[in-house]
Design a protein around this ligand. Structure first.
Ligand code: ADP
Length: 647
């Protein structure tokens, strides 16, 4: 069984082996050339060996043939000397004359003998004749170097072995004979003694003999040897033209390989750069949270990334082969780039997803330009803003609910205040009207209309009181839900809810929230309402101004608890750069219906104060250090609140 992991490892090994191999492909021509050259060298060596053997054989053959010819010549000479010896008369008075008179002797001297000596049986010279004594002899006997001799017995039938005839000759004359010119041109011919001394040699003026040589015994002259040496040396195999050409070829291939390798390295580098770039591009396209789509000038789809496909619910193939109608509206206007900035302008459009639901899409289209700077189409990026819009809507509704809640709460407070304020006069009216009714009853002249009117007055007054109470009961704030929680998230939430509105009117907000705050026991909705109210007031205070509009919200652990209270109070502060308090104190500002705004109710701060006081907390107001107002409130530590609001 092969495990998949093994398989893949084998695969990788094979793959890396292959890629290693292809990486070294540049060396291939060089390797083949070296192999080819090696073959040529082996061939050249073998060829050279064969040629040398052939040459050796031909030198040998030439030596043998020369030896045979020389031997036959000497044999002829010996035969001629014998013939002369046979014709010799009995030694007379003048042996010299007897010798010279013999025509065979004369012919021999004319041919190649230098001198002829006649010895008797005792070894005494009977006669002698020399070439230079010949009449009309132009040639001087040249006795340079060693001379050799031929011997023939002088004998007849009657006197066997009576003496000897000795003819001296020059061996050089033999070797240098014109008959062997063809050999002399090719070889140096040497006659050597038994002790390897050169007896005679065909030497200069020809080139010095350096080549192949062969030596064999020359039995015609005792223990002498004949040696033939080639004048021209056979060139070494490595100095032959093909080998030189091959070396040049190898050098050229080497240079070509270096160039090839450089080129291949460049190509490999470019390839790997291209691969990296492609991988980058692909991962960019794949990981982009933005849908990307390229179209040509006719509006035909060229490319779309995965996000785009997911966005509309079609595969890329489907989009390319049968472009579905996504519309909604086409982003016609967005095609034109912003004239001043050159950046594409966004445009919102609605598309239909494959499953039929509508999408809100933000479209940015810019020209698609090719390598020559020519526009070839449009590149669009698409952001699905459906979810964002949904959240915005949700947030808007939440704000409305909060505002409604605040309004109801305000109305409850109004009713409560009205009830409180009207209760007294209504009670008075009821008791006065009851008094009047009683007084009227004591009257003798009882005007029944007056009594009825007084009673009706009392009834209406108490009815009015009931109505006020009922309204108060109906609109009264819901019961606070007290729970333990952190203040910072509520500050952040309130800021988040109002931030958009504030930003729209040019106000920016900074937060400085202390992360180490203890939990607070509170009614979340109430406290959030307080924070929202303070933020709204701060925004309102800067609404008409032209200066910098900034709200700073801070939370911290108050180190100065109210007199007689334990430490650990949590404080929230809202500072603005608005109009400031204009000398008013907290009492004035929190008075119900006190407002400096044209459409103000004058109840916001009053409610804030009552909410805070119901928590055991305190509201402060003062002018901010530089400009504007600074409203803050502090809430007691959790333990204290739990005591005050046991649930
Ligand atoms: P309203 O906002 O409806 O006027 P409030 O009770 O919230 O009622 O505020 C009462 C008044 O207190 C405001 O009209 C305003 O004059 C003053 N006030 C409240 N907050 C600020 C502030 N941040 N800067 C200056 N004045 C303020």
């Amino acid at each position: 069984m092969v495990k998949p992991s093994q398989l893949s490892r084998n695969d990788t090994t094979a793959h890396s082996w292959l890629s290693d191999w292809s990486r070294h492909l540049w060396a291939m021509p060089l390797l083949l050339s070296v192999a080819f050259t090696a073959l040529v060298v082996v061939w050249a060596q073998d060829n050279d060996r064969l040629e040398r053997e052939t040459l050796k054989r031909s030198v040998m053959a030439d030596t043998l043939s020369l030896e045979a010819q020389l031997a036959s010549r000497l044999e002829t000479e010996t035969a001629k000397l014998r013939a002369a010896a046979a014709r010799l008369p009995a030694p007379g008075f003048d042996g010299n004359r007897q010798l010279a008179a013999l025509p065979e002797i004369a012919a021999g001297l004319d041919r190649r003998w230098i001198s002829v000596i006649w010895l008797n049986a005792l070894g005494q010279i009977v006669g002698e004749t020399r070439r230079d004594q010949r009449p009309g002899a132009q040639r001087q006997a040249q006795t340079e170097g060693i001379t050799l001799h031929l011997v023939a017995p002088t004998s007849d039938e009657r006197r066997p072995q009576t003496g000897q005839l000795i003819a001296r000759y020059d061996p050089a004359d033999l070797i240098k004979s014109k008959d062997f010119w063809w050999l002399a041109a090719q070889y140096q011919v040497q006659l050597l003694s038994g002790l390897d001394q050169v007896i005679v040699s065909t030497e200069s003026p020809g080139p010095v003999a350096v080549g192949e040589s062969y030596e064999m015994p020359f039995q015609a002259i005792g223990d002498a040897k004949l040696r033939l040496t080639q004048r021209v040396r056979q060139p070494h195999w490595f100095s032959t033209l093909p080998v030189i050409l091959m070396a040049g070829f190898l050098a050229l291939i080497g240079a070509a390989t270096v160039l090839l390798r450089r080129q291949m390295n460049k190509v490999a580098k470019a390839k790997s750069a291209w691969r990296t770039e492609a991988a980058w591009r692909q991962s960019l396209e794949e990981s982009a949270l933005v849908g990307l789509r390229a179209r040509d000038m006719e509006g035909n789809l060229l490319f779309a990334n995965r996000t785009f496909c997911d966005m509309v619910g079609y595969t890329l193939t489907e989009l390319l082969e049968q472009p579905p109608s996504l519309d909604g509206r086409t982003p016609g206007k967005s095609r034109s780039a912003n004239k001043e900035s050159g950046k594409p302008e966004g445009q919102e459009t609605r598309w239909r997803h494959r499953d039929g639901r509508m999408l809100d899409v933000m479209v940015f289209e810019s020209p698609l330009v090719d390598g020559q700077g020519q526009q070839v189409g449009w590149m669009g990026s698409f952001v699905d803003v459906t979810e964002r819009k949904r959240l915005e809507e949700l947030e808007r509704r939440q704000r409305e609910v909060l505002a409604n809640h605040a309004r109801l709460s305000t109305l409850g407070e109004v009713a409560s205040t009205l009830a409180h304020e009207l209760n007294q006069p209504l009670t008075s009216i009821v008791s006065y009207s009851a008094g009047i009714a009683k007084a009227l009853e004591r009257q003798t002249h009882l005007d029944p209309d007056l009594v009825a009117a007084a009673q009706a007055l009392s009834g209406h007054a108490s009815q009015a009181g009931d109505i006020v109470h009922r309204i108060r009961a109906r609109l009264a704030r819901r019961d606070p839900v007290m729970e333990s929680g952190a203040i910072n998230p509520m500050v952040a939430h309130a800021v988040a809810l109002l931030e958009r509105d504030l930003k729209r009117s040019g106000v920016d907000i900074s937060l400085d929230l202390d992360n180490g705050l203890p939990a607070v026991y509170m009614d979340r909705i109430g406290i959030e309402q307080v924070i929202s109210n303070l933020l709204r007031n701060a925004g309102d205070a800067m609404a008409g101004g032209t200066g910098k509009k900034h709200i700073h919200v801070r939370t911290w652990l108050s180190l100065e608890p109210p007199l007689g209270q334990p430490p650990g109070w949590v404080a929230v502060e809202v500072t603005d750069l608005g109009t400031g308090l204009g000398g008013r104190n907290i009492e004035t500002l929190t008075e119900p219906f006190f407002s400096t705004k044209r459409e103000g109710t004058g109840l916001g701060l009053a409610i804030c104060r009552s909410i805070l006081e119901s928590h055991g907390g305190i509201l402060h107001a003062q002018n901010a250090p530089i400009a504007g107002a600074q409203f803050s409130f502090s809430l007691p530590p959790e333990a204290l609140s739990v005591e005050a609001h046991p649930s």
